[in-house]
Design a protein around this ligand. Structure first.
Ligand code: PRP
Length: 203
């Protein structure tokens, strides 16, 4: 059988994820220091992908397993197993806006514009509450949107809260808590059950 392929999310989770695999004996210096996207080590193959793409590589079987934030996993809407939460990369997905929305009954307002990198989760949140909102998808630095009038609200992840604070925004509601998750392709879960179970036990 081909070597096990492990997709790792780049960004904030990459450092801690590399540490886990290094502690299991994999040599991953290239994942830290080079621009390589595929790294072979100790009988496994690691691929580095953008967080939102990791669940897609795993769903299609281009990777057997992966590590990704639950925020990106939920946004992706992919059909993968999520057998293990890894306890790092904690953050929260929240609705935020200018302080004036804190007292205002923002949930009563019609036609709100919401900027986000999480359009699927945002749509679910607003429609589950019967709220009408126009969702504007942006690709980063979402906190900018309310400051310059692109949107009334944002849906984004908060870690320390510093980005919200330094841009004059406040949290209005928490949508869910997130952490790093170990995910598994559905076919690999059966076909490579032993290998994957062993890996999970070590992790
Ligand atoms: C994330 C998120 C917020 C920030 C929150 O952005 O989108 O902007 O971190 O962290 P804090 O609460 O500790 O300030 P990231 O730096 O990952 O980049 P991005 O804007 O490209 O998503």
């Amino acid at each position: 059988m081909a070597e096990l392929t492990i997709a790792l999310a780049k960004g904030r989770l990459l450092g801690p994820s590399i540490k886990i695999f290094e502690s299991l004996g994999y040599e991953l210096r290239d994942a830290r220091d080079s621009r390589k996207l595929v790294i072979a080590s100790n009988g496994a193959r690691f691929i580095l992908a953008k967080p939102m793409d990791v669940p897609i590589y795993v769903e299609y079987g281009a990777a057997d397993v992966g590590i990704v934030g639950q925020d990106a996993l939920r946004e992706s809407g992919t059909n993968v197993y999520e057998p293990l939460a890894l306890g790092y990369g904690a953050c929260r997905l929240v609705v935020a806006g200018k302080p004036e929305f804190q007292n205002a009954e923002w949930k009563m307002l019609a036609g709100l514009r919401v900027a986000t990198q999480y359009p699927r989760v945002t749509k679910q949140y607003f429609s589950a509450r019967g709220l009408s909102a126009e969702i504007i998808e942006v690709y980063g630095s979402v906190e900018l949107a309310p400051m310059v009038g692109l949107a009334d609200l944002i849906v984004d992840v908060v870690d320390t809260g510093r980005t919200l604070r330094e841009n004059g925004l406040v949290e209005l509601d928490e949508i869910f808590k997130s952490q790093a998750a170990f995910i598994v392709n559905r076919a690999a879960h059966t076909l490579r059950a032993n290998e994957i179970r062993e890996l999970m036990e070590k992790m």
